[in-house]
Design a protein around this ligand. Structure first.
Ligand code: GRF
Length: 180
């Protein structure tokens, strides 16, 4: 099997990016793209010897498109990327785009997903889905419950959030196994 060429888009801490970085030898090429010059994920990439690209603000989506064309990518994985992709960009890359979202989609799309599920006393979990122009709405390819509603009374929001992150890292690993 040929090795995959993958771009991971981030905006911050990059703990999910780290799952890719830990397995960088299995990729033909790994490129980190950050919307935030201060993202800790950039430091992780540098330490791992992985190339990164910091986007201008505002993002020049056409320039990014052109740059990515040259990379001959198999996949683009959004791991905590906090910018909304314009429809044109999504349609250009729709076959290779995936996003990680901290809820059991189609429930709790959008921001503060963990908090909203927790406050509602609902199951909390993680989804990886294909990207379509409507936010958090594409086909779900992997999904896992992190905290069942019966466990919620014994846990506070921080504990639930930590559990979600643990499951995110597992699910990102499963996505790599499945697609790369
Ligand atoms: C994750 O919870 C992801 O689901 C959300 O943003 C967070 C990013 O975390 N969209 P990290 O930067 O990978 O640590």
């Amino acid at each position: 099997m040929t090795k995959a060429r993958v771009a991971v888009f981030i905006s911050g801490f990059g703990s999910n990016l780290n799952v890719f970085l830990q397995r960088r030898e299995i990729f033909d090429h790994l490129l980190v793209v950050s919307s935030n010059p201060e993202a800790y994920g950039l430091k992780r990439a540098e330490e791992a010897g992985v190339e990164s690209l910091v986007l201008a603000s505002p993002i020049d989506w056409q320039a990014l498109d052109q740059r990515l064309e040259k990379e001959n990518l198999d996949w683009i994985f959004l791991a905590g990327f906090m910018k909304i992709l314009p429809a044109g960009f999504v349609s250009n890359w729709s076959k290779c785009l995936f996003n990680l979202h901290p809820s059991l989609l189609p429930k709790y799309k959008g921001l503060r997903a963990i908090e909203r599920a927790f406050e509602a006393g609902d199951e909390v979990g993680v989804s990886i889905h294909r990207v379509v122009p409507e936010v958090d709405s594409g086909e779900v390819v992997l999904q896992k419950v992190a905290v069942h509603s019966s466990q919620l009374p014994t846990l506070n929001l921080q504990e639930v959030t930590e559990e979600v992150h643990r499951v995110e890292h597992q699910l990102v690993g499963q996505w790599i196994d499945k697609f790369c």
